[in-house]
Design a protein around this ligand. Structure first.
Ligand code: FMN
Length: 413
């Protein structure tokens, strides 16, 4: 990312949830930095947080009253946790204790902070802070995983010396770093306004008869994450989505076109490709389909059976034939092993600007998983090896790379 000016935070409405971690002193500094950047800050504290620091300190730094009691006498008629949820443009919990992580992961709402989490529709960040043993406890890791699945962005704690005297992972990220993450988040919003993005996602089904089909375990998660991130940046998104178990996105900026077969996906793509500035081919399209489809249900017999297959349309290859120099095409290559030459061949053949290679033989990567380990290959042969990360994080990094490409193309004009 380019260096982002701090004005991005001016008048942004940030709700900061503070919980009972010894790292609470850092959130005082975070409030100070946010106020310095002219953001509006309202703080919510849990009961344990109030044992460690007085609300008055946060009130003085944020220049706003602190909300901490669900049943406190009201000064206004509005229900406070609902009005705060409507007010905030970003909700961040820093530090986040193991306790709050567990409660949020399971939908428990027994105080003001946990209740507001359920009432809040926008983007949520949490920055965990705790002793290493607590952080590594499988139940805490499972709860974090659960929150990631719910769309929460986790700012991973750092390695280092902890207040308990131990060394390890669990240190709250420094306030300046949190400020940078928040700033980057706001600067990305609407940064691609006016662009149209076409995304394909999910598997396709190629029917053998009325009840059986050839397919693959793709969940559609990667393409959906890309569609959501593109929409957050202000683009109009067309998501051509094969049959998936996960619910399609509901953002108003995303039009979902449900399809079943490769042929249907191909014709849906064809009607939108010309008008799209960016196309991301993330679907796991079946390569072959039965030459003929039987009606009804094929009867089970004793003899072996032959199924004749023919190639399905190569959607990206078809689109590449009419690609304009202004358009940006992104492909995916799921390979067994780190097969860079094969990904590069696909990139050249289909005129991709970038291709994301993922090695599906690695654990917790590829089809149906939450995470992926990507090698990003550029058309000028530059290669980036990304750490294993969630599909949401990959979507964010990919949209950053697309943004850079667009900037480059517009400079060349
Ligand atoms: C001095 C002190 C420091 C603590 N620091 C942490 C911490 O860094 N992380 C954590 O998960 N819990 C920590 N705890 C335990 C939590 O405060 C406790 O689990 C509490 O129930 C959390 O409540 P809350 O999540 O509603 O704020 C600490 C407790 C004390 C007394």
């Amino acid at each position: 990312m380019k260096r982002i000016p701090m004005e991005v935070l001016k008048n942004k409405r940030i709700l900061l949830g503070v919980t009972g971690s010894i790292a609470i002193y850092k959130s005082l500094e975070l409030v100070r930095l946010l106020r310095k950047a002219d953001a509006q800050v309202k703080v919510m504290m849990t009961k344990s947080a109030r044992e460690l620091v007085s609300p008055l300190t946060f009130e003085t730094l944020s220049q706003n009253p602190v909300c901490s009691e669900l049943f406190a006498p009201k000064t206004e008629w509005e229900v406070e946790h609902i009005s705060l949820a409507r007010w905030a443009e970003l909700f961040i919990i820093a530090p986040a204790t193991a306790n709050i992580i567990g409660k949020l992961a399971h939908g428990i709402a027994d105080d003001a902070l946990t209740t507001i989490y359920l009432a809040y529709r926008g983007d949520v960040f949490i920055a965990p802070a705790m002793n290493t043993a607590m952080y590594e406890k499988p139940v805490v890791q499972r709860n974090l995983e659960q929150l990631i699945q719910q769309g929460v962005r986790v700012i991973e704690p750092e390695l280092g010396e902890l207040a308990c005297g131990e060394e390890g992972k669990g240190r709250l990220v420094e306030p300046a770093k949190i400020l940078e993450i928040i700033t980057t988040h706001f600067s990305r919003a609407l940064s691609l306004k006016g662009k149209k993005v076409l995304v394909t996602a999910g598997p396709t089904r190629e029917f053998i008869d009325d009840v059986r089909f050839i397919s693959n375990p793709s969940s559609g998660r990667m393409g959906i994450a890309i569609a959501e991130e593109a929409s957050r940046r202000g683009t109009e998104v067309i998501l051509v989505l094969g049959p998936t178990l996960i619910p399609p996105p509901k953002e108003p900026g995303i039009t979902v076109i449900p399809v079943v077969s490769a042929e249907e996906m191909s014709s849906a793509v064809e009607s939108h490709i010309k008008s799209s500035h960016i196309a991301v081919f993330a679907a796991a399209v079946a390569d072959y389909r039965p030459v003929t489809k039987s009606t009804g249900k094929l009867k089970k017999g004793k003899d072996s059976m032959e199924l004749r297959l023919e190639p399905t349309p190569d959607i990206a290859l078809r689109c590449s034939q009419s690609k304009t120099p202004e358009q940006i095409f992104i492909g995916f290559a799921a390979e067994v092993g780190d097969n860079i030459p094969e990904a590069q061949r696909k990139l050249r053949e289909k005129k991709f600007d970038l291709i994301l290679l993922n090695d599906i033989s690695l654990p917790e990567t590829g089809f149906a998983s939450q995470t992926n380990k990507i090698t990003l290959i550029h058309s000028d042969n530059k290669i980036e090896h990304w750490e294993k990360m969630t599909k949401k994080e990959i979507a964010t990094k990919l949209m950053d790379a697309i943004q850079l490409l667009l900037d480059k193309k517009s400079k060349l004009k």
